[in-house]
Each structure stands twice: as C-alpha cells, then as structure tokens.
Write a protein that binds this ligand. Sequence first.
Ligand SMILES: Cc1cc2nc3c(=O)[nH]c(=O)nc-3n(C[C@H](O)[C@H](O)[C@H](O)COP(=O)(O)OP(=O)(O)OC[C@H]3O[C@@H](n4cnc5c(N)ncnc54)[C@H](O)[C@@H]3O)c2cc1C
Length: 388
Amino acid sequence: MISYDVAVIGLGTMGSFTCCELAQRGVRVVGLDRFSPPHDRGSHSGGTRVFRIAYAEHPSYVPLALDAGTLWDQYALAAGVRLLHRCGMLSIGDPASALIQGIRKSAEQYGLSTTAYAEAEIRKFFPAIHPPAGHIGIFESAAGWIDVNAAIQAAQRMSSLAGATLLDNCPVLNIVNRISHFEIVTPSQTIAAQRVVVTAGAWCGQLLSQLGLPLRVVRKVLLWARPLDPEQFSPRLLPIFAFAERFFYGFPTVSGPDVKMAIHWEAGQAVADPTLPIDPPTMDEATPVLEMAAKYLPALCGPLPSAFTRVTQLKTCLYTMSSDEHFIIDRHPEWENLVFAAGFSGHGFKFAPLVGKALADLITLGETSAPIGFLRVGARFTTPVGPG
Ligand SMILES: Cc1cc2nc3c(=O)[nH]c(=O)nc-3n(C[C@H](O)[C@H](O)[C@H](O)COP(=O)(O)OP(=O)(O)OC[C@H]3O[C@@H](n4cnc5c(N)ncnc54)[C@H](O)[C@@H]3O)c2cc1C
C-alpha cells in the first residue's frame, strides 16, 4: 500500500491550497478528488468570486480577510498569474440595513478605509445604479474579484511542482482509522496516510457522517445577462456591487461582455444528496434575480418579461450551510490526526489561501496562529457535534 504523511480529501477550493501549503513545507502529501477541479459540480463553479474585507457577517472575519488578501498577492506572484483583482466594491442599502450596518461595524472596529456615498452621488458616479430614496453606498477600494479557475489551477500546479501527488477522478469511499495510520479507500486503491485533512465541500456531511455536523447543502442559481447599455456596466464605471435587499450582488463585465449576478441571502433549493445529479437551472429561476436587476440596475436588462431575452447563461452551484452560517474548521473530536474544514455557507472562497495555511498548521503542528478560534465547533451548536 502506498503511504503518505498527509492525505487531503477534496481538491477544490480549500483542498488545493492546503495541498500546496503542505507540499511546500516538505510534507509527503496526496490529494484526492472525486472529479477534476476546477469543475461545475461543487461550490466553486461560476468563474469569479467576490473578495471583501469590511465583513458584514461578523467583524471576526476581518483579520482573516486581511491575511488572505496578502496571501492571494503572494500566490499570484509565485504563480505568475493574476488572481485577485482589487477593483473595489460598492454596497448599497438603507443605512439601518444589516448589510450596511455590518460593513460599518467591521470597518470602524478595524479602521478599514471605506467611502460613503449619498443617493445622489451614487447616481452621479455609478450611473448603472439607481438606489431608492434614502439609500447610501459604501465603497471599499481594497475589495474586488478572484479568478476562480486561475486560483485553483495555480494552487494545483504549485502543489505538483512542490512534490504533491494529486489524484483526480478518485472519490474517497471511506476513511478507516487503523490507530497507527488511516486507510483512504477509493474504488481503485487503498492509500495509507498518517494524517488526514477533509476539505470535501458539499460532501463533508457524508464523509464525516459520524460527527453529525450541522450542515445543509443547497443549490443556488447564478445568472449572466448581456447589458442593454454595456458602457454603464464596464469595470471603468461600475465596481463589484451588492444591495442590502437579500444581498443581491454581481460583477461588472470583468470576464466577458456579460454581467454575472445572484442573490446570496435566500433559501436556495435543498439538496438531499450532492452525489446525485443536480437539477439544471430553469428560466423561471431567473425571475427573482431579474426583478432585482430591473429595480436597481434598469439599464442592465430592462423590465420583465423582456428582461429574459438578455439572459445568456444560467448555472448552479452548491452552498454548504452550517446552522449558524459560519465556517466550521476543527479537529475530529476523537481522531486527533484528522482535521476538517466545512460549512463555508456561500462565502468561503476569498479565504482559501488562509484556510489552506491554517489547515496545514493544524495537521502538522497541532495549532495555528491564524485567528480562526471562533470557527471551531466549541459550544456553537445546540445539538452536540461528535460521534453519536
Ligand atoms: C453561487 C456561489 C457563489 C459564491 N460566491 C462567493 C463569493 O463571491 N465570495 C466568496 O468568498 N465565496 C463565495 N462562494 C462560496 C465559495 O465558493 C465556497 O465557500 C468554496 O468554494 C467552498 O470550498 P470547498 O473547498 O469547501 O468546496 P469545493 O470547492 O466544492 O471543493 C470540494 C471538493 O471536494 C471534492 N470531493 C467531495 N467529496 C469527495 C470524496 N468523497 N472524495 C474525493 N473528493 C471529494 C469535490 O469534488 C470538490 O472538488 C460562492 C459559492 C457559490 C455556490
């Protein structure tokens, strides 16, 4: 049986950066994935991701985002490819909304540089955006977007260069604890590893079923539309945008002629088993997004129903929601040589290099200086997490 120091299960967003970090530290690491990342079957489909620091969800993410920003730049330099594009982000809403208040709280607590715009200023400087009366905008210049495929490919390339073994199309069926080591069971072979990192995204609940992690997989729909007025949606006149209402957000025409958008704060369709084929997106599912666009970005698609003719592409992607919508990064309560990162709840991508570094620390050193203590299981969940 081939034997490694560490096996990383899942080579998507978090796993590819974990593998890279471990291999660069001289660890004998094998990474396994059920598909061939980047792919459209998990949580990293859609090409682009928002990077933001003034974090509306909780100020504790700010130090992580600051460190992640530095790491994105270091990875880009080492890989010779641009990964994080800091084009800025404008968040628009009622001053009393959760989004605006959350951003302000994080910005104040950490002295982050942001600029506030009144309604009339938003219309003047960002002509695509039509805010309702009384809404304000908060611009964060250090925010931007990440090139998903370039990021995962760069991490995988650098992993291989540093000596990692990467096995695509190799689903892990079981992790067996043999006390002295783990056996990683796949359809074609069983691999031995002293330690294991589980970064299986939407499949973490299945792979770690004995822990009863409070995870729920939901299917989300992404939409691309060809703007009626392309100039207004060029990155020259429009940054990344987000509206407080249901966190409707999108990208200017950064990767082609179309605007990509979605609604972050909405339920999504429950997925009982991510291993089964995911329902393809339907035009009906475009309706809520197009209604938001018609309300806030009238020159994008115009009113419904003609707005449907502007839609060029729909895609699905999976969120793995934890019950409190914060990530879960911890050690197995009984198997000290297994760590996992799960429940990224639709906002994890921007932290990938930082999570990779923290997981590499945890599995090799037993601790990390990354301030991720608030993401451990601890006493967060009412139902106890652990073998049951
Ligand atoms: C529509 C959408 C928009 C988003 N927008 C943003 C955003 O703007 N900003 C942001 O920061 N985040 C965003 N996110 C969230 C972010 O993309 C995810 O948090 C992140 O990709 C999760 O990474 P992961 O490694 O957990 O999952 P994945 O990237 O899906 O990786 C998990 C990998 O594990 C593999 N795997 C699973 N089971 C097994 C097994 N048994 N054996 C081997 N391999 C296995 C899978 O094939 C997969 O490649 C968004 C997510 C979605 C769906």
